[in-house]
Write a protein that binds this ligand. Structure first.
Ligand SMILES: NC(=O)c1ccc[n+]([C@@H]2O[C@H](COP(=O)([O-])OP(=O)(O)OC[C@H]3O[C@@H](n4cnc5c(N)ncnc54)[C@H](OP(=O)(O)O)[C@@H]3O)[C@@H](O)[C@H]2O)c1
Length: 229
């Protein structure tokens, strides 16, 4: 039986991917703080990704892995000119540093034949939305890290695959924080876009993770057919 560890499996996209991989017959571990919100059947691995020691200790409890999905992440619309630097710090810790740490520790637990890492990027890693500059910088970093790791692994003959998925708006609790204090903007966005569901993202994640071993899907941009940018 294949084993998968999914960060952020307690909500939104990570939760939908965890449910899809369980259905696929994998043994799934969910790393997050709110372990009570994991889908039934997912083994809990409590961890606050802002704390590097906690991440290292959590991985010590994971003997072996085939798949790592780095889905944990958060987004504040926090401007560089007048936003809250504590928001930038938290986004950087979880979206970039913890994603890199989890990838680092997962590599040592993959089989010799290679594992698979799937990173959640964003359309914000492909263009910079107004007021979302710092969040975008974390997602541009996810793209750079995914490509850097991919090429490092190829150079050393490691068959582990590195993929990323870059969604547009997906209807999850993340949007409440993203649009905090801007209810009219959230409402206008909801009215103008038929947002993607986490299940639609999970379907694409499953396609990526079940592709034949010689196929490495590197980045998939996925937007609602009603989202213009
Ligand atoms: N929703 C969108 O429109 C959208 C679009 C593009 C990309 N994305 C990306 O997709 C990924 C998933 O987002 P989502 O929309 O599914 O968000 P979500 O519903 O808010 O879920 C976020 C997940 O991240 C985990 N997390 C956050 N901070 C954490 C911490 N300090 N330690 C451990 N876990 C932490 C949360 O778990 P706990 O709170 O239980 O710890 C939760 O499971 C993110 O990387 C996001 O940037 C989302």
């Amino acid at each position: 039986m294949k084993t998968a560890l999914i960060t952020g499996a307690s909500s939104g996209i990570g939760k939908a991917i965890a449910a899809a991989l369980l259905k696929e017959g994998m043994a799934v571990t969910g790393l997050c703080r709110s372990v009570g919100n994991l889908p039934p059947g997912v083994s809990p691995l409590p961890c606050d990704l802002r704390d590097s020691n906690e991440v290292e200790n959590a991985f010590k409890k994971v003997p072996q892995l085939d798949v790592l999905v780095n889905a944990a992440g958060l987004a504040y619309l926090s401007r560089l000119s007048d936003g809250d630097p504590r928001h930038w710090e938290e986004m950087w810790q979880v979206n970039v540093h913890a994603l890199s740490l989890c990838s680092h520790f997962a590599l040592a637990r993959f089989p010799k034949t290679g594992g698979h890492i799937l990173n959640l990027g964003s359309m914000s890693g492909h263009r910079v939305p107004p007021s979302g500059g710092f969040y975008a910088s974390t997602k541009f970093a996810v793209r750079a890290i995914s490509e850097a790791l991919r090429s490092e692994l190829k150079e050393s003959g490691n068959r582990t695959r590195v993929s990323s998925l870059s969604p547009g708006f997906v209807d999850t609790p993340l949007l409440d924080r993203y649009f905090a204090g801007r209810p009219a903007e959230l409402q206008a966005t909801r009215e103008s876009i038929d947002m993607l569901t986490p299940e639609a993202i999970a379907k694409t994640a499953l396609h990526i993770l079940t592709s034949p071993p010689e196929v490495e899907i590197n980045d998939v941009l996925i937007r609602s057919s009603t989202q213009s940018v």
